[in-house]
Design a protein around this ligand. Sequence first.
Ligand SMILES: O=C(CO)COP(=O)(O)O
Length: 254
Amino acid sequence: MARKFFVGGNWKCNGTTEEVKKIVATLNEGQVPSQDVVEVVVSPPFVFVPLVKTSLRPDFHVSAQNCWVKKGGAYTGEVSAEMLVNLDIPWVILGHSERRLILGESNEFVGDKVAYALSKGLKVIACVGETLEQRESGSTLEVVAAQTKAIAERITSWENVVLAYEPVWAIGTGKVATPAQAQEVHYELRKWFHANTSPEVAATIRIIYGGSVNGANCKELAAQPDVDGFLVGGAALKPEFIDIIKSAEVKKNA
Ligand SMILES: O=C(CO)COP(=O)(O)O
């Protein structure tokens, strides 16, 4: 079964109302391949989610950047999965390395979050990735497998999950993984799914790459057989996001 190319724009903690309106206007004008070819999801900070949801073109979808690990209640500052469902927000990013490393979210906590969000009907962009130190010590595959395993142990279906491989050393650094580096980890992750879940999950799960993706490097990365799309940070705030979406065409011609 063909895996539909997926491009997510993670706006992180950026933007003002004016800037958000400008970005949405640019996205709305962009000529991109049809929804049969590429699935596009943009993820603004929570406060801008309603504005983006009401003003964004209908063929693009909205994602939150996080949600709470269980039912809402006395958790100051948190936003629950139930609230996202209530607002009709279909997607949420969970396990981003900035949350793992800066806010101390463990593999188990991220796994719990993914399981809870899925149980409420959300679709999840689950992030994994190694630090520079881990890569240099040769433990990349071990790290991403452990992060993926903590999710696998807590969920029964991967149908509504996109796995984002985001090497920490490539995020916001301009130091993009080479196409071969990305392909190697994506291939190994798919192999991991084959051995630890099922051949069907391995064949169908979309594994997307994130870390300094831009309009200039996206095509070569998109051409890798196990790269099924991107999770884009900095460039998702710029007009070149449209070019990144267009790199889905590379697959069509492959
Ligand atoms: O973290 C990322 C997306 O989630 C990647 O960020 P950059 O594209 O800015 O490197």
